[in-house]
Ligand binder design. Structure first.
Ligand code: SF4
Length: 468
């Protein structure tokens, strides 16, 4: 997999029984809730088609839609900023905050701000960024990064959170009572909302036709961040734009159902400008930072562009046999799991992250559940090919014997007769096969393959099933 840090983290995660237990139970719960909220497979398929079509339509017109969005936002009194890189985005946010003399900002959940490493950047400039989503609040207390794009603290159990609150929040007695822990967080954060000079949020969807920013959440903290402080800054990837308000209902239904198994989130915020004359509350100024950070390059490739359809529901993570066993931190990236394995190598480059697409069984579970039908396995294969061709991290490193073995396999897979002949001799060849340990990198993570007594083809024939 190229990245020795990645391999070491995977080994560490696999050896951590508690971590595996936390993930297994949480992910199993999400998968079950999703099934319960989408009981009709045919209806779900129709909804997925609708969602995928909305995202594809938006991407097909991305440059002009972004211009339309800018015009509509400005028309609504929202300031628009373009950031080509994360560094530029950070600088823009800092300048806005400094211009308003802000020393503390309350933050709603935003994976783009994680991608920008915004909190650390602001801290270096003397600005305190306080996470207010409960999961983000927990991992900020722990000094960690999110391990899941929807449930950032999913790797922690109740006892670990209780200990954290007890140790990090002065005057908090140790308790594992969820209601009490929530009350502690609420008390701590209320004061922050009141005192903060600005609120910062992400954006789930930005509607080009109306200049509306849509933000979904369950805790009300997003509404507090965007409504209480006098200044609101929203950061979003440029791919989050959609054409019109009518696209929102199917996308919201898919997002919440796929993410947490909810029919609808507790709060759906539609933000269309700063406080107007006569409004009793709301921010006096709203800014939007549109971040590129490599997305234009992804967009430029007609096949890889599908990556940008993603609505960050996290469903592919919940169903991935790799993610559910190693957790998010093992990836060492902002976006873990299947979408991370596709997106990160494109944003960070194959040299740095080309090994990630290899950390997949290609079972296709991610693609099967993706609400906007991103062809994740095709994209993983494409990135694998590119990594190998470029000799980049992850593609390099196989020994001569391993390369020969794969070349032989590739040749037989392209010639059905040869493949069948080899299979027929499989048992005999099995004895001659080099031990998996000899296949160096591949052998480190795989058990010795065993040939079945009967091929699938012969099994079909035996049972009278027509052979396609
Ligand atoms: S790739 Fe699909 S399933 Fe995964 S986070 Fe994105 S939209 Fe959700």
């Amino acid at each position: 997999m190229g990245d020795s840090g990645f391999e070491a983290r995977v080994e560490q995660a696999l050896a951590d029984a508690g971590l595996r237990r936390n993930f297994a139970s949480a992910m199993g719960g999400f998968a079950a809730r999703r099934l319960a909220v989408f009981p009709d497979a045919a209806a779900l398929e129709r909804l997925r088609e609708q969602g995928a079509a909305a995202r594809r339509r938006a991407l097909a017109r991305l440059p002009e839609l972004l211009e339309e969005l800018e015009r509509a936002l400005v028309g609504n009194g929202i300031h628009v900023h373009w950031a080509e890189t994360a560094a530029v985005g950070n600088r823009i946010v800092l300048e806005i905050l400094e211009a308003h003399g802000v020393r503390r900002v309350v933050k709603g959940k935003s994976m783009v701000s994680e991608e920008m490493h915004l909190n650390a950047f602001l801290a270096r400039h003397g600005i305190d960024a306080v996470e207010t989503d409960l999961g983000e609040f927990i991992i900020q207390l722990a000094g960690e990064t999110p391990s899941h794009i929807i449930v950032p603290a999913v790797h922690k159990n109740r006892a670990q959170i209780a200990r954290l609150f007890h140790e990090k929040i002065p005057g908090t007695p140790y308790t594992e009572e969820v209601a009490e822990l929530n009350a502690v967080a609420r008390r701590t954060l209320r004061r922050m909302f009141r005192e903060a000079g600005a609120g910062l949020s992400g954006v789930n969807f930005a509607v080009a036709a109306t200049g509306t920013l849509c933000l979904v959440e369950n805790e009300g903290n997003g509404r507090m961040c965007t409504g209480v402080p006098p200044l609101h800054i929203a950061v979003m990837g440029i791919e989050k734009v959609i054409e019109r308000l009518e696209d929102l209902p199917p996308l919201l239904r898919l997002l919440t159902g796929s993410a947490t198994g909810q029919r609808v989130t507790t709060y759906v915020n539609l933000i269309s400008g700063p406080r107007r004359a006569g409004d009793p509350d709301g921010p006096r100024e709203v800014h939007v930072v549109l971040l590129d950070n490599g997305r234009s390059a992804v967009y430029a490739d007609p096949e890889l562009r599908a990556t940008l359809q993603c609505i960050r529901c996290g469903c592919c993570l919940n169903h991935c046999p790799v993610y559910t066993r190693i957790g998010g931190h093992a990836y060492g990236t902002t976006y873990p799991g299947p979408i991370g394995k596709v997106l990160t190598p494109q944003l960070a480059g194959l040299e740095r992250a080309g090994g990630l697409p290899f950390a997949s069984t290609l079972c296709g579970a991610c693609e099967e559940v993706c609400p906007v039908k991103i062809p994740l396995t095709r994209l993983l294969r494409r990135l694998r090919e590119e990594t190998v061709r470029a000799g980049a991290a992850g593609g390099a490193g196989a020994g001569a014997l391993e390369r020969l073995a794969w070349r032989g396999y590739g040749l037989s897979a392209q010639h059905p007769r040869l493949y069948r002949l080899l299979f027929a001799c499989g048992r005999w060849l099995g004895g001659l096969m080099p031990p998996v340990a000899a296949l160096e990198r591949w052998g480190r993570a795989h058990a010795e393959p065993r040939f079945a007594r009967l091929s699938l083809r012969r099994l079909f024939r035996k049972r009278g099933i027509p052979d396609a």
